[in-house]
Design a protein around this ligand. Structure first.
Ligand code: HEC
Length: 195
């Protein structure tokens, strides 16, 4: 008599011979407990775990003092004036480092957001009223430290992170101009300056 193990092996073999697709193999593996491919295993999915933070007292490799998120929020002030050149610089960095997750317009619809990748979190939307309400220092601190599923982008030089902040402000001004979010109370009507 054929043991169930032999039977399973025969099924897997014939499934392979007849060109069964990956899902079919997975179904057989699950049913009979035989592993025919390496795809069915206990492994971590991308972004399943939040990144580990730095060990306290760690020296940054660029030797530049770092600031935690809340420290940055309260003490860091942008040295930039928001010129077109600065914003253009920020656009380049944003496209390289932020757009994959936050989306080209900052709406939270980047190319790596979706099933089995980064979940669609409301916090991914940098055009939101919430994100607009953060201080420049807070945005700088987010880039510096990351939070939760967002890794640190300390690889962007500390001074250059302000360009990215400028560009996020520009995207938020666009959102106000497009009527997506109300202007800040007391802000100049339209134009986007003074955000
Ligand atoms: C790998 C994906 C990823 C990249 C790349 C990324 N972020 Fe994020 N970001 C996230 C996630 C996920 C969150 C939500 C974090 C949380 O829930 O704590 C977030 C949150 C934020 C927030 C807070 C928004 C809020 O409403 O609280 C800001 C600001 C932000 N990111 C800015 C940036 C900037 C600027 C860049 C580029 C330098 C960037 N992020 C790159 C994934 C990413």
């Amino acid at each position: 008599m054929m043991t169930s193990r032999k039977l399973a092996a025969a099924v897997v073999l014939s499934a392979t011979l007849f060109g069964a697709c990956d899902n079919e193999l997975k179904r057989i593996e699950k049913r009979f407990g035989v592993v025919a491919t390496m795809s069915w295993q206990d492994s971590y999915e991308a972004f399943e775990e939040a990144p580990r933070g730095a060990v306290p007292g760690t020296m940054p490799i660029d030797g530049v003092r770092t600031y935690g998120l809340f420290e940055a929020d309260s003490v860091m002030v942008s040295p930039l004036a928001g010129t077109d050149r600065e914003i253009a610089q920020g656009a380049v960095l944003f496209g390289q480092f932020c757009a994959p997750c936050h989306g080209v317009s900052g709406a939270g619809d980047g190319s790596v957001v979706g099933p089995n990748r980064i979940p669609e979190l409301p916090f991914l939307n940098l055009r939101s009223e919430l994100a607009r309400g953060y201080s420049d220092g807070y945005l700088w601190g987010m880039i510096t430290n990351g939070r939760g599923l967002m890794p640190s982008y300390r690889r962007i030089p500390a001074d250059d992170r302000w360009y990215v902040v400028e560009y996020v402000r520009k995207l938020q001004a666009d959102a106000v101009a497009a009527g997506e979010i109300p202007p800040l109370p007391g802000a100049e009507p339209a134009g986007g300056e003074g955000l």
